[in-house]
Design a protein. Structure first.
Length: 83
């Protein structure tokens, strides 16, 4: 039986300081994708509640730091009992 590990994987491009940020009519949103199963994905957009790009970057960085600090542990592997 295979074991699915649910660890966050974050990608950042140094040449794009607004990576994972999306401006919707002046309000900045955090935009990222999660993969709940190997066959599905879900796009998440959360308002950062600001119109200032510097504040939005700081809030994005804070969110991802929190996510990495509380990352999920690997699911335990099921083993057959030895007789």
């Amino acid at each position: 039986m295979s074991n699915i590990i649910t660890l966050p994987s974050l990608r950042f491009r140094p040449d794009n300081p607004n990576h994972h940020l999306w401006n919707n009519n002046g309000t900045w949103f955090l935009h990222y994708t999660v993969y709940p199963t190997p066959f599905t994905k879900e796009r998440i957009r959360r308002s950062l509640g600001t119109k200032d790009v510097e504040t939005a970057r700081a809030r994005r960085d804070s969110f991802f730091q929190h996510l990495l600090a509380h990352k999920a542990a690997p699911t335990p592997t099921l083993r057959a009992a030895v007789a």
